[in-house]
Every structure is written in structure tokens, then in C-alpha cells.
Design a binder for this molecule. Structure first.
Ligand SMILES: Cc1ncc(COP(=O)(O)O)c(C=O)c1O
Length: 383
């Protein structure tokens, strides 16, 4: 049987990983500035994370959500503490799309309304409502099409206010990434997030902070939305939450009340996933990784801004995108094939950096040297 051919693959088989390094089946080592797409938060095969999962595996891997699971409560308390969202409630699931699907559904249950405001170039996942709120018609199947989503321009307060002025009583939720990832790293302005908070308060709508990619410390704050000094009503999380073990979840403000049967899942919140998520938080706290993300990100952004061949740098913390000058379109390929460095991309001309928050300064400098070398190599070819 063949694999369903939906991914354009790099012809590299990664079989081993540690920290910010991965190795292919031939023993070739690579520097991972991509973090497996923003998933690796504390480093590949981090020893405490491995041990936590291993120990849990010997105790119990799975039971259904029909019984009390102390490890879920332990995770909820740890999340309250690390996020600073003290009274928030936790619902666990398995992925980012699922987290957003549940957030949107919950907002609709809570308000009794149907309309959702999302933004141009947004990506929220591939399940039914999450994909409908994603601004990419090529991945929306006919069955997912709905007129319940209103797309507005990103960072445009006037358009937001005008939409609320005319549709305010129909709006269940506004969903926004604190930093748009798939779109090519675009930071939501503090003023825009504050305006969303104000409009949601005025009109009784739910503010959903999609923190699947920009959350979990990556931006230098636990949630990228924290930079704006606002609290969302629901935060969706996944990616860095399990450092590669599949887990997602939503943090829900105390004024949104649960009802039996409102949300549910078979695998969400299983003990193994909770053990992985707890290990991530423990390492983040012990090694001060949120502060490290802020400092290392500032260092990288500063160095990239000074580098010849780079046109624009955007981002916060260790969620960085940069655009290259004309003629350097093959930069990502040269980085991977010649310099053995994994990076991410966003079409048409953005390289995305999403490394582990535990990446060392030595590795960052190695990356900067490699990047400069790749740029010079391409420039020489062009001249
Ligand atoms: C902002 C954002 N939301 C949601 C998702 C969907 O997450 P998942 O692929 O885990 O379903 C992604 C994935 O890239 C994302 O970047």
C-alpha cells in the first residue's frame, strides 16, 4: 500500500534527534532551525521529557474520560501557573485544529450566535470550522464552505469596528493568531488586539487567541497575545505543548460555563499526553525558557537585520520570518542541501525560523554563519 500523496517531501529520512540536532538514515547531521514546524519547544528527545513519558507508560497509558484523572488536574494547575491565567479552565484534545474547532464551537454555544470574524491570510487548521476560518480556498472542501465566517483585513481597527457596528449582535467570536505563522510571520499589533478585546466586551463576543504556533513561550511571553496586555476569553494551544507528543487544548475564561456533553473526546487528555505536557512545563520553568526565547530571539532578529541579502525581518522571540533580496530564492534549498540546516518557509519568499526554545547560542551563531555563507554562495552564482 502506498502513502496518500499529500506532502511534497524533502528526500531525507530523519531517524534520530537530540536537542536542536537531527540525523538522517545515513548518519548525516542537521541543525534544526525549524523545530519540526514549531513543535519542538524544549528540544528533541529532552531527557526529562523522555523519562516522564517512559514512567507514565509503565503506570498507565490510557483510560477514557469517564473517570477522574489526577494527571489532568496536575496539568491544569501547572498551566494556570505558567500562563498566569489563574482561574481559567482546561479542555484537552489532540491537535491545533481540534483546539480551534472546540474554541469556535464553545463560543457559539456560549453566545448562542453563529458569525465568526477571522482575518486575511489566517491559518487555523483543517477540520470543518477551523478550515472555514482559514483564508485559503484551496484547502476548503465544498462541504466546509459556510457564510458564517467574515474575513477582515489584519491589523485594521477601522474595519473591525465597522464590522461590529453593523453585525455586532450576530458575532459569536473573533479568532486571531497573535503572530500569523503560515502567512509568513505577521505580528498582530498591540493596538489591534486591544481593539478586539474592547469590541468583544462591548458586543458580548468571545475573543479566541489562536496560540497553536505563537503560544507556549515561543514569542518570549507565554502567549503572544500577552505582549498587548490583554486577556483573551479562550486560548487554543498545541504544537509546543507536548514537544512532539500529540496534545492540544483550550484555556477557557471562568465566565464561560461548562455543561455535560458540550465538548468531548476519546483520546484528548490521556495520561501519556499529559505526562509529556507536564514535562514540557517543568523544563520550561527550570531552564527559564520563555526568557531565553525572548533574549535569543532579539539576538537573532538583530543579527538578521544587519545581514546582507536580507530585505525584511519580522517576528517576536523565536518565531521569526525574513524575506530575501531578489536572486536568493534558492536560499532555503542551499541551507538544507549544502549547509545541512533545516528552516521553514512561507510562500512566496519567506524563510521561517521556529527552533527549540532551548537552542544554544553556539547553534544560533552556527546558523548565522551558515546563512551568511549560503547568501554569499548564491550571490556569487548570480554575478
Ligand atoms: C496558528 C495555527 N493554528 C492551527 C494549526 C493547526 O494545528 P494542527 O496541525 O495541530 O491541527 C496550525 C498548524 O500549523 C497553526 O499554525
Amino acid at each position: 500500500m502506498s502513502l496518500f500523496n499529500v506532502y511534497p517531501l524533502n528526500p531525507i529520512a530523519i531517524t534520530k534527534a537530540a536537542g536542536s540536532r537531527v540525523w538522517d538514515d545515513k548518519g548525516q547531521e542537521y541543525l534544526d532551525m525549524y523545530g519540526g514546524h514549531a513543535v519542538i519547544s524544549i528540544g528533541h528527545t529532552q531527557p526529562h521529557w523522555v523519562k516522564r513519558i517512559e514512567d507514565q507508560l509503565h503506570a498507565i497509558a490510557f483510560y477514557s474520560n469517564s473517570v477522574i484523572m489526577p494527571i489532568q488536574e496536575e496539568l491544569a494547575a501547572a498551566l494556570n501557573e505558567i500562563s498566569g491565567k489563574k482561574e481559567y479552565q482546561l479542555f484537552l484534545c489532540n491537535s491545533g485544529a481540534e483546539a480551534n474547532e472546540n474554541a469556535l464551537k464553545l463560543a457559539s454555544f456560549h453566545t448562542g450566535r453563529k458569525k465568526i470574524i477571522a482575518f486575511k491570510k489566517a491559518f487555523h487548521g483543517r477540520t470543518s470550522l477551523a478550515v472555514a476560518a482559514t483564508d485559503n480556498p484551496s484547502i476548503v472542501a465544498p462541504v466546509n464552505e459556510t457564510n458564517n465566517i467574515i474575513f477582515l483585513p489584519f491589523n485594521d481597527i477601522d474595519a473591525l469596528d465597522a464590522c461590529f457596528a453593523s453585525n455586532g449582535s450576530d458575532i459569536a467570536a473573533v479568532i486571531i493568531e497573535g503572530i500569523q505563522g503560515v502567512a509568513g510571520i505577521h505580528v498582530a499589533s498591540d493596538a489591534f488586539l486591544q481593539a478586539i478585546r474592547k469590541a468583544c466586551d462591548t458586543h458580548g463576543a468571545v475573543y479566541i487567541a489562536d496560540s497553536v504556533q505563537c503560544g507556549y513561550g515561543r514569542s518570549g511571553q507565554f502567549f503572544a497575545h500577552d505582549h498587548a496586555g490583554v486577556n483573551a476569553d479562550i486560548y487554543s494551544m498545541a504544537k509546543g505543548m507536548g514537544n512532539g507528543f500529540p496534545i492540544g487544548g483550550i484555556l477557557i475564561a471562568p465566565h464561560i460555563q461548562a455543561k455535560f456533553g458540550m465538548l468531548g473526546t476519546t483520546f484528548g487528555g490521556n495520561p501519556l499526553a499529559c505526562a509529556a505536557a507536564l514535562a514540557v512545563i517543568e523544563v520550561m520553568q527550570k531552564d527559564n525558557l520563555i526568557k531565553a526565547a525572548a533574549e535569543k530571539g532579539a539576538y537573532l532578529i538583530n543579527a538578521l537585520n544587519k545581514m546582507e541579502g536580507i530585505k525584511v525581518v519580522r517576528g517576536r522571540g523565536l518565531m521569526i520570518g525574513f524575506e530575501m533580496e531578489e536572486g536568493l530564492e534558492d536560499l532555503r534549498k542551499v541551507l538544507l542541501n549544502d549547509l545541512k540546516i533545516f528552516t521553514g518557509e512561507a510562500k512566496p519568499n519567506v524563510i521561517r525560523l521556529l527552533p527549540s526554545l532551548a537552542i544554544t547560542m553556539e547553534d544560533l551563531n552556527l546558523f548565522l554563519t551558515g546563512l551568511n555563507q549560503a547568501i554569499q554562495q548564491l550571490k556569487q552564482k548570480k554575478d
